[in-house]
Design a protein around this ligand. Structure first.
Ligand code: ATP
Length: 533
């Protein structure tokens, strides 16, 4: 029944009072915002330089916060340093040096470029107070400089640009506090330290833990700028190569019911009352994607291992580059992809990351990786024989330990001239339960590992796609079937023969660059002793 408009009901009254309450709340919110803004303005006013004394005070000073809050639209980084040109540069004050009261030098750095800027007292632009302000800047502060480019008659040492910027205006956008480590110290090579020591000078050596505790500063060294650009490039080439070969990218879950692939190296967690864990690899789900007719898939994502190993090459979290594909007749199809993929990665890195590799090599000298256009493949038995011939005794049906792998790497380099090769047909007993046994000898398996400079970067194999055999192998390896029942069930509705491999991104970069520790190639490494920053 409709109600006449002139006679408000109790429902109308409730809605009116609701509206009034809303209006009041909006008013309060507006008031609160205004008060916040006023407080902010007061705070930033106190940051501004006392400009009363200096008629040129507008040419320098700390930029007030409210001006940096996306107020002006301006491209502040224009590194066109041709002579007599006016420039506007934003970068870090890498070094600051005053020369008397009338002149101060600042070397400004921005992503690998450095340029010397000089503030000299000038009647209409630069005051003595401004020179004092420049000289008082703290290292690594972010500054904006407006100036004019000139070419000095003498060589400028220690900068990438052979020009000088005559400063007209200089503003500090973000002040750096006292640095716990100097970038210059963190960028020094061991060779430099040794050389100085021999000359009687003791230079600071920044150790690994100090670096990792101050990772944001550590990133600013040329070597680290190089390492993480190289890392990005590896991921990009991996993705592009596989896309061009008809693979597509998937994203498997990292929260897993049960115990992932089993074993001790699992991070267990409580999933809303159910036992769960973090995925030790995308193994099971990438295979399930193949059962879903995805044909050829890859993934780039986090992998979690509750490692107890305190080694130079194990992390508790790393980036896995994973591939899974149907195979038509032989697991060599997977090894073909590995070979071509990695030769493409190496070729492209050498071509496109020259500067980065050079920067890494300056701090951590290394020899370029030796690899063949056609990747060498050896069987496990051949590898064992090579070790035996060199007088090294190893269990022919056991896994190779780190030392044996290193030694075999040396032998392979001497004999075949490559530091990148594939070792295949491993004994079945040393491979995971889902590995396909060899058709001619079930003591061996259709599996492989891939090595760079004598260290493993990849494990791969043809997988068991027959559910009965899969269950049998899992049981034989001591895995409780009910914990992987959804995985095994995925193979019950017809599953194509398939295989794949998993690569550790940090290891690839570490070994390609001949680095001695995986923590150098992990952005924020997680190891048994470190979960921060
Ligand atoms: P390793 O024998 O060196 O411990 P794995 O046999 O356990 O390695 P897989 O489980 O087959 O290695 O993982 C595939 C790839 O992932 C390895 O070849 C390696 O590049 C990388 N990887 C494995 N474990 C780690 C780890 N803890 N930290 C960093 N990378 C790892």
């Amino acid at each position: 029944m409709s109600t006449p408009e002139s006679q408000p009901t109790s429902e109308d009254a409730a809605s009116v009072s609701k509206k009034a309450a809303k209006k009041e709340a909006a008013k309060q919110e507006k008031l609160r915002r205004r008060q916040e803004q006023e407080a902010l303005a007061a705070a930033t006013r106190s940051l501004a330089v006392d400009d009363e004394q200096d008629p040129l005070a507008a040419n320098y000073g700390d930029v007030p916060l409210n001006e940096i809050q996306s107020k002006t639209v301006e491209d502040v980084s224009r590194w066109n340093t041709s002579e007599n040109r006016s420039v506007l540069i934003r970068g870090r004050a890498q070094t600051i040096r005053a020369v008397g009261k009338n002149m101060a030098f600042v070397v400004v750095r921005e992503r690998g470029f450095t340029v010397q800027c000089v503030a000299t007292v000038q009647p209409d632009t630069v005051s003595r107070q401004m020179v004092k302000y420049v000289a008082g800047l703290s290292r690594e502060s972010i500054i904006d400089i407006e100036g004019v480019v000139s070419v000095p008659s003498v060589e400028i040492k220690g900068t990438t640009q052979q020009v000088e910027v005559q400063v007209r205006k200089l503003y500090c956008v973000s002040k750096a506090a006292v640095l716990p480590i100097n970038i210059e110290d963190a960028a020094r090579s061991d060779a430099e330290i040794e050389k100085a020591l021999q000359a009687g000078e003791k230079l600071v050596r920044v150790n690994q833990d100090t670096r990792l505790n101050n990772r944001v500063l550590d990133f600013r060294t040329p070597a680290n700028q190089g390492i993480f650009r190289i890392q990005s490039q590896v991921g990009t080439i991996f993705r592009q190569f596989l896309l061009s070969e008809g693979f597509f990218e998937i994203h498997t879950p990292k929260l897993i019911a049960g115990s992932s692939e089993g074993g001790a190296a699992v991070f267990r967690l409580d999933y809303k009352g159910q036992p769960a864990c973090l995925a030790q690899s995308p193994q099971l789900h990438k295979q399930m994607a193949i059962c879903g007719d995805f044909g050829r898939v890859f993934e780039i994502g986090g992998v979690y291992r509750a490692e107890d190993s305190y080694t130079h090459r194990h992390l508790c979290e790393f980036i896995g580059l994973d591939v899974e594909m149907e195979i038509k007749s032989h697991y060599s199809e997977v090894m073909d992809i590995v070979g071509r993929l990695f030769v493409t990665i190496f070729d492209t890195l050498n071509k496109t990351c020259e500067k980065e590799l050079e920067a890494v090599g300056r701090q951590y000298p290394f020899e370029p990786l030796k690899y063949l256009p056609e990747t060498l493949r050896l069987t496990f038995e051949e590898g064992i024989q090579m070790l035996k011939d060199a007088g090294i005794e190893v269990d022919p049906m056991g896994d190779l330990n780190t030392e044996a792998e290193r030694k075999l790497g040396q032998l392979v380099l001497e004999k075949y001239g490559t530091e990148f090769y594939i070792l295949h047909r491993y004994p079945l007993a040393v491979r995971p339960f889902y590995t396909m046994p060899c058709h001619d000898n079930p003591a061996y398996s259709n599996s492989f590992d891939v090595f760079i400079r004598g260290e493993e970067i990849i494990s791969g194999a043809q997988r068991v796609h027959v559910p009965e055999l899969l269950a049998e192998r899992a049981q034989a390896c001591g895995i409780e079937l009910k914990t992987i029942s959804t995985y095994i069930d995925a193979f019950r509705y017809g599953a194509p023969p398939h295989g794949g491999f998993g690569v550790g991104l940090e290891r690839v970069v570490m070994l390609f660059c001949g680095l001695n520790n995986i923590r150098k190639t992990s952005l924020f490494p997680r190891d048994p002793l470190r979960i921060a920053p």
